[in-house]
Ligand binder design. Sequence first.
Ligand SMILES: [Zn+2]
Length: 288
Amino acid sequence: MDVHTYQIGDARITKVTETLLQGLTPSFLYADWSDEVLHEQPQLRSLLDDTGTSVVLSVHTWVVEWADQVFLIDTGIGNGKERPFSKLFHQLETPFLERLAAIGIAPEGVDHVLLTHLHADHVGWNTRLVDGSWLPTFGNARYVMPQGDLDFFATPAGDSRRMVYDDSVAPIIAAGQAVAMATEGGSYLDAFRFHPTPGHCRGHMSISFRSQGETALFTGDVMHTPIQLYRPEWNSAFCHEQVQARQARQWLLDYAADHDAMLFTAHFPDTSAGRVSRGDQGFEWQFA
Ligand SMILES: [Zn+2]
């Protein structure tokens, strides 16, 4: 598997792939879908699979090595999790930990896990099954998670995904390894900052990292493909709050362009990383 590594200031950032999600048609992903965007931006056709009828999404973790510490940004779907609501997530088995090991990261060597939100494809490797119990995979890590999503799970609305909380979040809290990030966001170890970007879900946050004047931005699920740079008003089928999701996307794209940030996305295919610029027609995307 290709390993892409990026240098942002003093940090080394590496993608560790878990799996690819296939079979989502653009018109399912985006209710406002129109082929017109592919005529305007022919390079976007490369985002489609071989049949040209569905988009490919990546699920992965970003590993940040900085100041002699190891940070993971989001933890994928996880192995062996009961997910009856998604056949793409249900009882997945991948060699994700072996892939982490291949870049020199052992579970006990992870110091911090930073979570953009508490959905099934972002918290899965928080835990693994040990003798019939879900236990923290990264036993020495502090897991930083949005208070807004914890609040969501405290309401009846959270019942539809209760199993995600029970097997991937509650064991972290029980182990005393959870740290809640306030709804208004804030900094973490100076170099990281959590920015509220609600819409995809109530507590969603994007995470910036700055070092030596360079900026990385871990977007989370504010966008699912580069198509949304060319149609920022298009929400995905997974956006819960329509108005906020559009506002968050606009904020994030402006922030990225203003700070010349390298974007580290949660689901873009290919390298999943790249830069945003402003062109004549609006935002433009370049994979890096
Ligand atoms: Zn996601």
